[in-house]
Design a protein around this ligand. Structure first.
Ligand SMILES: NC(=O)c1ccc[n+]([C@@H]2O[C@H](COP(=O)([O-])OP(=O)(O)OC[C@H]3O[C@@H](n4cnc5c(N)ncnc54)[C@H](O)[C@@H]3O)[C@@H](O)[C@H]2O)c1
Length: 320
C-alpha cells in the first residue's frame, strides 16, 4: 500500500500522515509545494515530525505539474490518494480567486488524470463544508440540494467534487468526497479565526470580531477528521459519495472567544468590525451518513480540544 498525501506538510495532511504511520504499515508519500499562503516554516516544522521515518517519502512538487504527477504515480506505485492539498481559507479567496482556481480545480484534475493513467484503489478528495453555501437547509445533509457557494473557495471545492464524481462515473476512479467542517487542533493554520483570536488574547492585541459574534461554526478536532479520512480508505459503499466530517454541535464565535479566554486565563480586547463577505451564518453537519458508512463518531470534546490547542500554540511560539 502506497498512500499519496497531497498537502502533506499542511495542518490536516501532517496529522493524517502521523495517523497512517501509527495505524498501518503503508508507505506514505508526502507531497507539498510549501506555498506561501502562510509561513512555510510552520509546514517544514510539521514535516520534521516524520521526515526521518523510513516509510515516508517527502516530495516537494506542485501537483498542477501534470508530467511530474504521472512520473510520481508510476515511480511510487501509488495505490491510494488522500488529496488534502489546496488553497484553503474563505476570505483570501475573495481577493485572490485565480490561485484557488489553479490549485483546487486544475490541480485536482491533474491528479485525477494521473489516477486514470495509473489506477488507484481509492481517491479521497478533501472537499469542504463551504460547498453547502447560501440556501442549503440546516443541518447540512449530503444528499439534499446544495446552495450557492458564498466564496470563490467554496466554488472551487464544489468544482473539485464535481470533477471527482465525473471521473468516477466516466473512468471508474474510486473517488470519495469528504467534507470537513471548521477543523482545529495543534498546528492550526495561522489564517483561521481560532489562531487570530488566540494570538490577540495571548499578546493583548485588539481581537478583530467581524459582525456580532453570533455566527456559528461546527468546530471539529483534527484527530476526528483524520480518523474519518482513514476509515474512507477502505470502507465499503463510499465510492462515488460525498460525506460530512463534522462535530454536529455548532458553536457561536463569541462562545469560542470565551473558551479561549478561559484556556489562556486572559481577557480579549474586542475590536468590533463589520461583517465580511463570504462568511456563512452557520455550518452544521448532519453526521448520519458518516456514521453509517464510515463508523464515524467525533470523539474530541470542544473544551478539551481548545485547551490542547492553546498548549500547542504556547509551546510553538515559545520555541520560535
Ligand atoms: N482546516 C479546515 O478547517 C478545513 C475545512 C474544510 C476543508 N478543508 C480542506 O482540507 C484540506 C487541508 O486543509 P488545511 O487546513 O490542512 O490547509 P493547509 O493550507 O495547512 O494545507 C494545504 C497544503 O496544500 C499545499 N498545496 C497547496 N497547493 C498545492 C499545490 N498546487 N501543489 C502541492 N501542494 C499544494 C500547501 O502548501 C499546504 O501545505 C484542504 O483541501 C482544505 O480545503 C480544511
Amino acid at each position: 500500500m502506497a498512500i499519496l498525501v497531497t498537502g502533506g506538510a499542511g495542518f490536516i495532511g501532517s496529522h493524517f500522515i502521523e495517523m497512517a504511520l501509527a495505524r498501518s504499515d503503508a508507505k506514505l508519500i508526502c507531497l507539498d509545494c510549501y506555498n506561501d499562503f502562510y509561513d512555510p516554516e510552520l509546514k517544514r516544522s510539521n514535516v520534521a515530525k516524520f521526515h526521518e521515518n523510513d516509510r515516508v517519502e517527502v516530495v516537494e512538487e506542485d501537483f498542477c505539474n501534470h508530467s511530474a504527477m504521472l512520473a510520481l504515480f508510476e515511480q511510487h506505485a501509488v495505490s491510494h490518494v488522500v488529496h488534502l492539498g489546496a488553497y484553503a481559507g474563505v476570505r483570501y479567496s475573495v481577493e485572490n480567486p485565480f490561485v484557488y482556481e489553479r490549485s483546487n480545480v486544475a490541480g485536482t484534475l491533474s491528479l485525477l488524470e494521473a489516477a486514470r493513467r495509473f489506477p488507484v484503489e481509492r481517491f479521497l478528495l478533501s472537499s469542504s463544508s463551504t460547498v453547502y453555501g447560501r440556501g442549503a437547509a440546516v443541518p447540512f445533509t449530503e444528499d439534499a440540494p446544495l446552495g450557492i457557494p458564498m466564496s470563490p473557495y467554496g466554488a472551487t471545492k464544489r468544482s473539485a467534487e464535481l470533477l471527482a464524481l465525473a471521473y468516477h462515473d466516466l473512468h471508474r476512479i474510486p473517488s470519495v468526497c469528504l467534507r470537513p467542517f471548521s477543523v482545529y487542533g495543534p498546528r492550526l493554520r495561522p489564517d483561521l479565526a481560532m489562531t487570530v483570536f488566540t494570538d490577540a488574547i495571548e499578546y493583548g492585541k485588539p481581537l478583530p470580531l467581524f459582525g456580532d459574534g453570533s455566527i456559528r461554526r461546527d468546530f471539529t478536532h483534527v484527530s476526528d477528521i483524520c480518523a474519518g479520512f482513514y476509515a474512507a480508505l477502505s470502507a465499503d459503499g463510499v465510492v462515488g459519495e460525498s460525506i460530512n466530517l463534522g462535530h454536529s454541535e455548532p458553536i457561536e464565535v463569541r462562545a469560542l472567544i470565551a473558551e479561549l479566554e478561559r484556556a489562556l486565563g486572559k481577557k480579549a480586547v474586542i475590536d468590533q468590525q463589520p461583517e465580511k463577505p463570504g462568511d456563512m451564518p452557520i455550518t452544521y453537519a448532519n453526521l448520519e451518513k458518516a456514521e453509517r458508512l464510515l463508523g464515524y463518531r467525533p470523539q474530541m470534546d470542544f473544551r478539551e480540544g481548545v485547551s490542547e490547542y492553546v498548549a500547542w500554540f504556547r509551546e510553538y511560539h515559545a520555541g520560535k
